[in-house]
Design a protein around this ligand. Structure first.
Ligand code: PLP
Length: 444
């Protein structure tokens, strides 16, 4: 194969790849060359500060030699093994995960990524309970496979809806900024607000019939829909409803897991143990493809006896497992969970300052290094700067400006997400916020 020239890179990537992102994005794909720490560079030598951990996954930062070495070591020693083999990485990763996941979740099913993990969790919940419906939230994203896209509550599901898994019913999440309950009663105390949403969920359970509902699937802290952090009491309430009606609780920690919120998993902030918990992204920090479903042993026992697992070729690939082990070890060695908590406080201060300075910032939210900025046309009416599932000239102009200035981040409709690698320093955060500060003059 002849060497590619720089100018061929983007056109050739576009020519034969089914690449919806590139087709729909209003900015050109970045011809990336290499990455290190919290930065990456394009082929022209331009440096970008990565405020999105690439795809909200490179939690330990780019190019960590310890993980690269572990991958190379595994590739030399045993690059592949079938499901009938007991491998060292399989033994070790299970042990490590059992130490950091909520108590009682001691069995792990490995998958290829996040959607696949949710798909398996749904299949498993339906098999285990003998019920078929799944309750999931609006403003959630769970992936794009058959069941995962059906459970997804945001408009990305709409194009697929007639073709996806039937039996999914969506409910409202306690999104205070755009809440109907809050709008009509702006001073509603937190506990009553939370109870209103739990009542809403319980009504849906009654309407649908508790005996038809296999699981409630929720992102513990909603990711791409704008870091919606449940108030204390909400998740505990959902857990109690699940227990009352024999429904399994599945928490999707694909984005919120592995230190992102300043805890190993977001459920840790609420003391809630789900029946099944899905993870991916931060599990290998993007160094290799891997997802997992953590589960209670009784569910695993049922699965072992009754359900065909599948994915026997690549699920639990030794190289991916080795990458996950090294990632978790790096996180422990460098105290990245604690670091995310501490730097998260700095992020919260910077967000509050940004809100003080810019009228187009309607609300800021964050937990650990998981932050969001809600952009509005008018603070009083809370009219979003771009429609849900759409964009606006202002948002497009802002995105272009930030990229031009070398700040890489994800905007979702009217929300800016700030999801940097957990190794980011306060100085590097400030570097990004200075660019944001300038950029927001476009939207003010
Ligand atoms: N669940 C959540 C919360 C996610 O944010 C994502 C991806 O962004 C997924 C599931 C799907 O993961 P994957 O892209 O690995 O299929």
């Amino acid at each position: 194969m002849s060497e590619l020239t720089d100018s061929e890179l983007v056109p050739l990537c576009l020519e034969h790849n089914f690449w919806t992102w590139a087709a729909q994005a209003q900015v050109e794909p970045i011809p990336i060359s290499h990455a290190k720490g919290v930065y990456f560079w394009d082929i022209h030598g331009k440096r970008y500060l990565d405020f999105n951990s690439m795809v909200m996954c490179v939690n330990i930062g780019h190019g960590d030699e310890r993980v690269i070495e572990a991958i190379v070591r595994q590739a030399r020693e045993l690059p592949f093994a079938g499901p009938h083999m007991a491998t060292r990485p399989r033994a070790r990763l299970g042990q490590l995960l059992a130490e950091i996941t909520p108590p009682g979740l001691t069995k792990f099913l490995y998958t290829l990524g996040g959607a696949d993990a949710n798909e398996n969790a749904i299949k498993l919940a339906r098999g285990y309970t003998g019920r078929w419906k799944i309750l999931a939230r609006y403003r959630s994203y769970h992936g794009a496979t058959y069941g995962a896209i059906a459970a997804t509550g945001d408009p990305r599901r709409l194009a697929w809806e007639p073709l996806t898994m039937p039996g999914v019913v969506h409910f409202l999440d306690p999104y205070r900024y755009r809440s109907t309950f809050h709008r009509t009663q702006p001073d509603l105390p937190e506990a009553e607000f939370t109870q209103d949403y739990l009542n809403h969920l319980e009504e849906i359970i009654h309407y649908e019939g508790p005996n038809t509902i296999a699981a409630i699937l929720i992102e513990t802290v909603t990711g791409t829909n704008g870091v919606i952090i449940p108030p204390q009491g909400y998740l505990q309430g959902v857990r109690a409803l699940c227990d009352r009606y024999g429904i399994l609780l599945i928490c999707d920690e694909v984005m919120s897991g592995f230190g992102r919120t300043g805890a190993w998993f977001a459920v840790d902030h609420y003391g809630v143990v789900p029946d099944l918990m899905t993870m991916a992204k931060g599990l290998t920090s993007g160094y290799a493809p891997l997802g997992a479903v953590a589960m209670k042993p009784e569910i695993a026992a049922f699965y072992n006896e009754r359900v065909y697992q599948g994915g026997l070729t690549y699920n639990g690939h030794p190289i991916s497992l080795a990458a996950a082990i090294a990632t978790i070890e790096v996180m422990k060695e460098d105290h990245l969970v604690e670091r995310a908590r501490a730097t998260g406080e700095v992020l919260a201060e910077m967000l509050a300052e940004l809100m003080d300075r810019h009228p187009s910032v309607g609300e800021v939210r964050s937990i650990g290094l998981f932050g969001a900025i809600e952009l509005v046309r008018n603070r009083r009416t809370r009219e979003p700067l771009a429609p849900y599932n759409g964009t606006s000239p202002e948002m497009t102009a802002l995105r272009r400006f930030l990229l031009e200035r070398g700040l890489f981040l994800y905007t979702h409709w009217n929300v800016i997400l700030i999801i940097p690698p957990l190794i980011i320093t306060p100085e590097q955060l400030a570097e990004g916020f200075a660019i944001l500060d300038e950029g927001l003059q476009i939207t003010d």
